[in-house]
Ligand binder design. Structure first.
Ligand code: ATP
Length: 319
């Protein structure tokens, strides 16, 4: 292994830059030439490679987004697109590729490895929805962003004695809603992994109101329904002044937290070490606090699970 490349693919997440930095610096530390591929798989097919030196990843550890840019590429899903990418990799003499992205990106990486080309995946998405790892890069930052926003909304909710429904991201997973709801003291948390009972939610809001609570905060994961749907139901059934806030792409940006920087640095370095050891077709992950790696196909077979004990605890603390 002499030359490796790194790309970011799918939705961006805070901490991707820290992971790129770790791949580049660890690669150079191990005596490798390291290339960055711009625009994800699109750049791989068009040969948009740049050689990275130590300075090229200076001053990015703390920045959100990705200096390599990210993309979604329909063409790369075709056999033709994959052949073109392999041809570009051969032309520059790249021996291994690190892909930072979500499970879609790993399917793409798996296609290259099926043709003999070594790839390693690093899970990068704010949603924390990838099977085979307890953690995905960007999740902690997204949760902190959501908590900060909810804290601010709580101030105004109290001043006006309002009920607020806050819709957070997470796609089909409820992790952001669960953590943000727990850490911001929401009265109810609505996630795809648990059935919600509208009457139970209404009862909780009314009970809180009766004991003098000035506000009610309901956090809903985007994978369940729109915040406005919940807001309309609450207003209809309680008559309380109810507002809805959709946090949206705020949650995707910002400087990564210390935890995200730590995970990105560790996973980035691990990916390079695995390539040097001759591993391929695996995703780096973390389980029970330990860095691990799992074959893409095995990770894809698993289902991401959520810690329901947090859900039950949150319910018992917000009575
Ligand atoms: P996020 O979770 O942020 O959406 P993701 O990696 O799951 O990230 P996708 O859009 O699913 O995002 O995938 C990113 C890119 O990976 C796609 O645009 C495509 O180029 C490639 N890809 C996805 N699925 C496949 C597949 N089955 N075969 C080949 N390439 C794929």
């Amino acid at each position: 292994m002499n030359k490796i490349a790194v790309l970011t693919s799918g939705g961006d997440a805070p901490g991707m830059n820290a992971a790129i930095r770790a791949v580049v610096r660890r690669g150079i530390f191990k005596g490798l030439d390291v290339y960055g591929v711009k625009n994800g798989y699109d750049g791989l097919m068009t040969g948009n490679f740049i050689q990275m030196d130590l300075g090229s990843v200076g001053d990015i550890l703390h920045r959100g987004g990705t200096i390599l840019y990210s993309a979604r590429s329909e063409r790369f899903k075709t056999a033709d697109g994959q052949q073109q990418a392999l041809a570009q990799l051969m032309e520059v003499g790249i021996d291994g590729l690190v892909v930072i992205g979500g499970d879609g990106s790993f399917k793409g990486a798996g296609k290259l490895t099926a043709q003999g080309f070594p790839t390693i995946g690093i899970p990068g998405t704010i949603d924390n929805d990838i099977a085979g790892t307890d953690y995905t890069i960007g999740f902690d930052t997204a949760v902190n962003t959501a908590v900060e926003a909810i804290d601010k909304i709580r101030d105004t909710a109290s001043s006006h004695e309002r009920t607020y429904v806050i819709e957070v991201m997470g796609r089909d997973a409820g992790d952001i809603a669960l953590w943000a709801g727990m850490c911001a003291g929401a009265e109810s948390i609505i996630i795809p992994e648990a059935n919600y009972e509208i009457n139970d939610m209404i009862d909780r809001i009314k009970q809180g109101h009766e004991r003098g609570k000035l506000h009610s905060i309901i956090v809903v994961a985007e994978g369940v329904c729109k915040g406005t749907d919940i807001g309309n139901m609450i207003e209809e059934k309680t008559g309380f002044d109810t507002r809805v806030a959709v946090l949206g792409h705020f949650q995707r940006g910002g400087s990564p937290t210390a935890y995200d920087r730590m995970m990105s640095s560790q996973m980035g370095a691990k990916a390079v070490d695995l390539l040097v050891e001759g591993k391929k077709g695996v995703m780096v992950g973390v389980k029970n606090g330990q860095l691990i790696y799992t074959p893409f196909e095995e990770a894809a077979k698993d289902r991401h699970t959520i810690d329901m004990s947090i859900y039950h605890l949150a319910r018992s603390l917000s009575i």
